[in-house]
Design a protein around this ligand. Structure first.
Ligand SMILES: [Mg+2]
Length: 180
């Protein structure tokens, strides 16, 4: 009997993906790279994803639940880390800093340095390269279908537009893993 760990991506999963902050604006500025712009402090929450996250987070006897987020701007690590932690406090039931994992670069390589990633490690993410790398290293990938990306036939794909169904799907996956 293994207790799985579910790792949650933020941008495009727990928070709505905002293309505009990653593209040059009219002044040729890329907003997420502008100091003090605090783009991660006011992201719009994806309420379905957060409902599922909170449900799992409250069910510690069933699975471990963590946030696994990338910090992409090399000189704004602190600003973005504080903003994301603040956002999580405002929008989710997360309570322990140990459940908030920030990485630069590969998610799977970062987790793999803590301990080898196995099938009991589930990554919920919207970005195919993250999911593919996770699967290659032996983890269980779950695609979050957020309205601007597509489901995949080769992995469980959670319908963001139907949170109750998505909740049942991930509970089913965790149950089947924990008894395998
Ligand atoms: Mg993402």
């Amino acid at each position: 009997m293994h207790k799985p760990t579910v790792y949650w991506d933020m941008d495009g999963v727990m928070a709505k993906y905002d293309y505009d902050m990653y593209l040059p604006d009219k002044d040729n500025k890329i907003l997420y790279m502008v100091p003090n712009a605090h783009m991660y402090r006011d992201m719009e929450p994806d309420l379905g994803a957060i409902m599922i996250f909170n449900s799992l987070y409250a069910n510690e006897s069933f699975c471990h639940t963590k946030v696994l987020t990338g910090l992409g701007c090399p000189y704004l690590i602190a600003e973005h880390l504080f903003d994301k932690w603040h956002w999580l406090g405002q929008n989710t039931d997360i309570s322990k800093e140990k459940d908030f994992i920030c990485v630069t670069g590969s998610k799977v390589e970062a987790v793999n340095r803590l301990r080898p990633v196995t099938k009991y490690d589930i990554l919920v993410d919207d970005f195919n390269p993250n999911l593919e790398e996770w699967a290659r290293m032996g983890g269980t990938p779950v695609k979050y279908v957020n309205g601007i990306n597509s489901p995949r036939a080769d992995m469980l794909s959670l319908p963001g537009n139907d949170p109750d169904t998505a909740l049942n799907m991930i509970y089913g996956l965790i149950k089947s893993l924990s008894t395998s």
